[in-house]
Structure formats: C-alpha cells, structure tokens
Design a protein around this ligand. Structure first.
Ligand code: 6PG
Length: 237
C-alpha cells in the first residue's frame, strides 16, 4: 500500500455533509479558475452525490470555465435513468451554463471495451484533474473498481478499465483506473449512511479494499456523516 494521508471530515448528518462539500467544491473551482482559467472535475456516480448536485445547480458560478468528466459509467443506453451521467444532468448539469462541449460523458452505450477505448482517447490530452469526487460501496468499491478485480493502481495502468462482472448491477461498466483517479489535485470520497460502517471500519484497519487504491499525492479527503463514521463529530477517523 502506498503511504499517503487520509483526512477525515465527519459531519452530523448527510445534509450538513452536502452543504460543506458544496462550499468546498465551489471554493476549489474559484481557485482553479484563478490559477489556470479552468476547473476540471470528475463526478461520482451512485446516489450519495445527489444532494450536492442539487445544491450546485443553484450556485452562482463561472460555469463556462468548468469541464465535467465521470469516474465511471454503467453500460446501459444513453439517457437511461440508471446512468451516472443522467443523474448529474437531471439534477444539475442541465440547469447551469456549462457549455455542452465541456461535458465529457463516458460512451458506455458502446459497451465496456469499446467505450473504455474511446474514453481513453478523450482523456489522452487531459492533464491532472483539479477535483475528483468518488463514492464508496458497502464492500469498499469505488467508481467501478470492485473487490477481486484489478484497480489499475500501477503507474503503467491504463487510464480507463472495462469492467465485465461487477457485483453491483449492471455487470458491465467502465471505470477510470485508480492510477488515473489519483492524478487529481484533490480527491473527495463521499460516504453516508450506516450501511457503509463496515467498509469504513475496513478502511480504518487498512483492509485491502478497492478504496485503498485511491491514494493521491495530496492526500485523500473522506467526507462522512456520523452514521457512516460510527464516531462523534470531531473525533479522529
Ligand atoms: C456506481 C458508482 C459507485 C457508487 C458507490 C456508492 O456506478 O454505482 O460509481 O461507485 O459511488 O456504489 O453508491 P451510493 O452513493 O448509491 O451508496
């Protein structure tokens, strides 16, 4: 396991976590736009980010400087309600002024292998992300990097992986590799609900679960509510 810092941010409930995460994302976007004229963000799938995406849809922002990427996608048709990009579009992206050409969906409708090859071409000319948002499953998976499968953590790993047997439906998915996800100036993992407690405990113990492959140089920010953290706010992770 690579040595890296994990910063634990424990919030009383998921609403307070969403408020804090949204404020931090907006601050990071403003800094990136000041420094480099653009903000490159990777969006998380699953349901946890929904409250954050709703809050972002109401935020005044230099949306024309944002560039939207996705950490993973399910291999279902474009526009399907269970696509990760559908959730982000419905709650947020369709309601703000990000130029459509600056939203880079994963073409998972092509199937895992063809879609992964295509997205790798999209990412070929892209440098480090400014911020990567991730969720974590009850088994410690993140993006579509599942236990027992390669996480693509090595320095030579491809940017994008085809996933053919995911235990979380649908079985066919496309995921950024841990190596590519780690090429981010900041990584926030969003974890809420008592269902995640065992995976959080495993993370604390140093269990070899996929989330452990997410080890960005700048350290990892874990944002948890009390229910998931099973500790009181303010206690160390
Ligand atoms: C997906 C996600 C996945 C998700 C976790 C947590 O495609 O399902 O990318 O990695 O982030 O499973 O999901 P919840 O936020 O719904 O708990």
């Amino acid at each position: 396991m690579k040595d890296y810092q994990i910063r634990w941010h424990i919030h009383a409930d998921s609403g307070k976590l969403a408020d804090a995460a949204t404020r931090s994302i907006l601050e990071q976007s403003e800094q990136a736009i000041r420094d480099r004229g653009a903000f490159l963000i990777v969006l998380a799938g699953g349901s946890t980010p929904a409250a954050i995406y709703r809050l972002l849809s109401q935020a005044p922002c230099e949306w024309n400087k944002w560039h939207i990427y996705f950490g993973d996608e399910r291999c279902v048709p474009r526009g399907a309600k269970d696509r990760n990009d559908s959730m982000a579009r419905n709650l947020w992206l369709d309601h703000v002024g990000i130029p459509p050409e600056q939203i880079y969906p994963i073409p998972a409708e092509l199937g895992a292998r063809a879609g992964a090859d295509s997205y790798a071409e999209t990412l070929a000319g892209v440098g480090d992300f400014d911020l990567t948002l991730l969720g974590m499953g009850e088994d410690g998976h993140t993006a579509s990097l599942f236990p027992g499968d390669p996480t693509g953590a090595g320095p030579q790993a491809p940017d994008v992986l085809a996933v053919m047997n995911a235990p979380k439906p649908p079985p066919e998915r496309i995921s950024l590799s841990a190596n590519r996800l780690n090429r981010s100036k900041s990584v926030k993992v969003l974890i809420t609900g008592a269902g995640k407690r065992e995976a959080v405990a495993g993370l604390r113990r140093g269990d070899d679960i996929p989330i452990r492959a997410i080890a960005p140089a700048a350290g990892l920010d874990l944002l948890l509510d009390e229910a998931a953290a099973a500790t009181d706010p303010g206690e160390p992770g």
